[in-house]
Design a protein around this ligand. Structure first.
Ligand code: FES
Length: 83
């Protein structure tokens, strides 16, 4: 996943915005990332990835799935979640 790819697909929040938010706002809990354009407050798929970025000293270096895989995995997640 590149910087301009959407990390929160529900609210179209890019990885770059999240990383910037972490760097500037220094949130203490992952739930505070909701203040970053609502990231993580929709389907919930991106929450573990948001937490992963937050837990790392260097969030730019965290390896996340490519945008197509990420989107496809989310579709699966949502399908199972609604059943
Ligand atoms: S992808 Fe972020 S809440 Fe759905």
């Amino acid at each position: 996943m590149q910087d301009d790819d959407e990390l929160c697909l529900c609210f179209h929040v890019t990885r770059r915005k999240v990383v910037q938010f972490i760097r500037v706002q220094k949130p203490k809990r992952a739930s505070q990332l909701s203040e970053c354009f609502g990231a993580g407050t929709g389907c919930g798929w991106c929450r573990p990835f948001l937490k992963k970025l937050m837990d790392e000293a260097n969030p730019e270096a965290v390896n996340l799935p490519g945008p197509e895989d990420y989107s496809q995995q989310r579709a699966e997640y949502r399908k199972h979640k609604s059943n």
